[in-house]
Design a protein around this ligand. Structure first.
Ligand SMILES: NC(=O)c1ccc[n+]([C@@H]2O[C@H](COP(=O)([O-])OP(=O)(O)OC[C@H]3O[C@@H](n4cnc5c(N)ncnc54)[C@H](OP(=O)(O)O)[C@@H]3O)[C@@H](O)[C@H]2O)c1
Length: 283
């Protein structure tokens, strides 16, 4: 019988990318969204897992609005910390393999520095603190195999992301500001999905992985690259500083993760972001 994969949070941008690409041989995928299955509800989750009997769970569910997380702390912690704990406990008791998604922003630094998997986390906002707690809950509660994928600055066809926000502003054809003092590793959802498929197919060693491009860019440079690739007027984008953005969550200047290189699978996340973005544009 083919292994059965249960994807949680399947209507988010990463979940939808898995839905788009999942025609992978020898796996049976089941996609559930928040309406079908809320990961904060332990008994509901347990009942669903008992019914569906997956061999693997991929957790794409999360509270991802970094600014709202400062206000809706309980909801953020429920989805990003308690949810992963629920999933890990159920996976452990039923020997289900777990792939969980986490974030570069478990790290924050004032300096250009690539964090290694073994580095100590130092989250600086509510979203990131809850994501760290989610990672710990999995590490502490898992007796079965788990993989935690930390990724960064995700963009894909679905959902709200930096690329769609910049394109929305460019379409208005009026000048706007983008910060030049936050640096990161823009990563296409498709490249993360290839890493997930690599894990499913090769069942590599469990643990934490860093799936992000090695090329670092500022928000401003990235916005200009987006304008260039999508043929908009680059001069509409003007520089500003994070201190000018009032009423938003504090964000790291740098939250860089040293990308993992994995033998025997497609390491597409190592492609420079401009090249990935042109593939995204053409897709
Ligand atoms: N986006 C980024 O730039 C970025 C960067 C690094 C890491 N990540 C991580 O990557 C993963 C996927 O992110 P994404 O960009 O695909 O986010 P997304 O588009 O916001 O998708 C998250 C999905 O989870 C669902 N969800 C929220 N709470 C839930 C709950 N209690 N039970 C079940 N489903 C729930 C959401 O439903 P609703 O829409 O109904 O709330 C949404 O469909 C997350 O773990 C995120 O932390 C994202």
């Amino acid at each position: 019988m083919n292994p059965r994969i249960l994807v949680l949070g399947a209507d988010g941008q990463l979940g939808r990318e898995i839905q788009r690409l999942y025609t992978i041989k020898n796996f049976e995928f089941i996609f559930v969204n928040r309406q079908n299955l809320d990961i904060t509800n332990y008994s509901g989750l347990l009942a669903s897992v008992d019914g569906l009997k997956p061999d693997w769970i991929i957790n794409c569910a999360a509270f991802t609005n970094v600014d709202r997380a400062e206000i809706e702390k309980d909801a953020c912690w429920a989805a990003n910390a308690q949810g992963p704990r629920n999933i890990a406990m159920i996976c452990s008791s039923k020997k289900i393999r777990l792939i969980h998604i986490s974030t570069d922003s478990v790290f924050a630094s004032e300096n250009y520095l690539f964090n290694k998997i073994s580095d100590v986390t130092n989250p600086i906002n509510e979203y990131s603190r809850a994501k760290v707690a989610g990672e710990r809950a999995i590490i502490e509660n898992s007796n079965s195999d788990y993989w935690i994928i930390r990724t960064a600055w995700l963009y894909g066809k679905d959902g709200k992301n930096f690329v769609s926000a910049i394109l929305g502003k460019l379409q208005m054809n009026k000048p706007f500001h983008v910060v030049d003092d936050q640096f990161g590793q823009p990563t296409w959802t498709q490249n993360v999905v290839h890493a997930i498929f690599g894990i499913l197919e090769s069942v590599m060693n469990p643990g934490i992985l860093h799936i992000a491009t090695p090329s670092v860019t500022s928000r401003l440079e990235w916005a200009r690259t987006i304008a260039e690739i999508f043929n908009y007027d680059v001069s509409l984008i003007l520089p500003t500083k994070s201190t000018q953005n009032k009423g938003v969550a504090i964000r790291p200047k740098y939250s860089l993760i040293e990308p993992s290189k994995i033998e025997g699978i497609r390491n597409d996340w190592l492609i420079p972001p401009k090249v990935s973005l042109s593939h995204f544009f053409a897709s």
